[in-house]
Design a protein around this ligand. Structure first.
Ligand code: HAM
Length: 423
């Protein structure tokens, strides 16, 4: 009989083998963000569709093609969140965080949803670690945000990281630049890809996002926004670059970096990794969004943040080859069913000392069970047979040295800890 249902396309199960990597990533998130004063926030996984439509821009793929939207029984249009920034800006005002000392420094770890064609590093449900600092316009906060992201990767041991940096100006300087870009592209429209012709109409900055080969020569010769920033934007961009240099964070200026969401102003950045392929090479990205709050109908309030993809980072951690899966400290084996209760009691007392103890439930031959202990990565085996039970003893086996000794019950904890310590 075939199973009645399959795992939904683009979703993944988080199996125990990967759990240690996730624990590492989550711990690194709370520690790096926490140490810089960021506090955890959680918002619902669904929101009014309008929130995302207004924030990301109708021209962005994330909203126009990739949203999981549905009408609930009350006739409201809701969407599974494709990203975290707009919900957090909403929560910042809803929760009165705008009344507290500014900026509000917030971080989050959780699932997001985009209906895109699944492939390695691209899923329909994926997870992000993100931070948002809302309520302060100073460019030093941009440096702080980038530094938190950089530190997260460093802690996880992810090297070979390229930080791409750009400024895309603000409502003062961007409109003139946008027209300049249209003027530049207009004579070449017939030679551009179809997608690019659409972008020309909707949002010419997104012409830089094109991966189509026929568009590339035009991209390279296009006017660069960094050469056309207004004075405050140019000054902010200098502060960001000087701040990053002072922190020892290397970056590459990339005048074609525009990002896929329309709410950005001034600083935008991306963390890219050499080993990930083309379109999926961004491990994360972010930027400033000083116009977003007003766009959502709130008092104009600046913000800056990023989101880093956990699934893509997991691909790198796995490539690093180091297994994050730790075996148990102790694998306890009772030779006969009558020995199980005694073995169970010993296991409990070892667990009470903070050790990870796995109790073998079977009745297979001892050598087969010791092979199982080795495969699980156990460092010590505790073996109980009828003799040990009768005399109140246990055999403590060092799984790596393959040596063992019989010790009385009162000394088992000390013997196990000693053996663990010697490894
Ligand atoms: P984003 O660039 O759309 O930015 O997403 C950030 C990261 O989430 C990506 O670099 C990638 O690692 C991961 N990601 C996105 N889509 C998928 C997918 N379909 N499958 C797997 N991973 C994915 C944002 O979401 C902004 N909210 C970032 C931000 C925060 N900007 C300011 N504050």
């Amino acid at each position: 009989m075939a199973p009645v249902a399959q795992r939904v396309r683009g979703t993944q199960d988080l199996l125990p083998a990967d759990r240690p990597y996730w624990d590492l990533m989550e711990r690194a998130a709370s520690e790096t963000a926490g140490r810089a004063g960021y506090q955890r926030i959680e918002t619902p996984v669904f929101e009014a569709s309008e929130l995302f439509k207004r924030s990301a821009g109708e021209g962005s793929d994330v909203v126009s093609k990739e949203m999981y939207s549905f009408t609930d029984r009350g006739g409201r249009s809701l969407s599974l969140r494709p990203e975290g920034t707009a919900p957090i800006v909403r929560a910042y005002f809803d929760g009165g965080l705008d009344q507290e000392p500014q900026p509000a420094r917030l971080y989050y770890v959780g699932p997001f949803f985009r209906y895109d064609r699944p492939q390695a590093g691209r899923y329909r449900q994926f997870h992000q670690f993100g931070i948002e600092a809302i309520g302060e316009v100073h460019a030093l906060l941009d440096v702080e945000a980038i530094q938190v992201g950089w530190e997260w990767f460093r802690r996880l041991g992810v090297g070979d990281l390229a930080l791409k940096l750009n400024s895309i100006g603000d409502e003062v300087c961007r409109p003139a630049y946008r027209e300049m870009l249209r003027d530049y592209y207009r004579p070449h429209l017939a030679d551009l890809s179809e997608d690019s012709r659409l972008r020309f109409e909707k949002n010419p900055l997104r012409l830089f996002d094109s991966k189509d080969p026929e568009d590339q020569p035009y991209k390279e010769r296009a006017p660069r926004i960094v050469d056309h920033l207004c004075a405050p934007c140019a000054e902010a961009f200098q502060i960001v670059q000087a701040g990053l240099r002072a922190e020892g964070i290397s970056f590459e200026l990339d005048p074609t970096l525009v990002r896929g969401l329309d709410y950005y102003t001034r600083t935008v950045f991306e963390f890219q990794h050499g080993s990930l392929s083309g379109a999926q090479n961004a491990l994360g990205g972010g930027g400033r969004y000083d116009g977003l709050a007003a766009e959502l109908g709130y008092r104009a309030t600046p913000g800056i943040g990023f989101a880093l993809g956990l699934e893509r980072t997991l691909l790198i951690l796995r490539q690093l080859g180091e297994s994050a899966v730790e075996g148990p400290d102790v694998y306890a084996v009772a030779l006969q069913p009558a020995d199980q209760a005694y073995a169970g009691r010993l296991a409990s007392s070892l667990r009470a000392r903070g050790l990870r103890v796995v109790l073998d439930p079977g009745e297979a031959r001892l050598d087969a069970r010791l092979r199982k202990a080795a495969r699980r990565g156990a460092r010590v085996a505790v073996i109980i047979g009828p003799d040990e039970r009768a005399r109140g003893e246990a055999v403590i086996r060092d799984m790596r040295l393959k040596t063992q000794a019989t010790v009385p019950e009162g000394e088992i904890v000390a013997a196990v800890t000693r053996t663990l310590g010697e490894i």
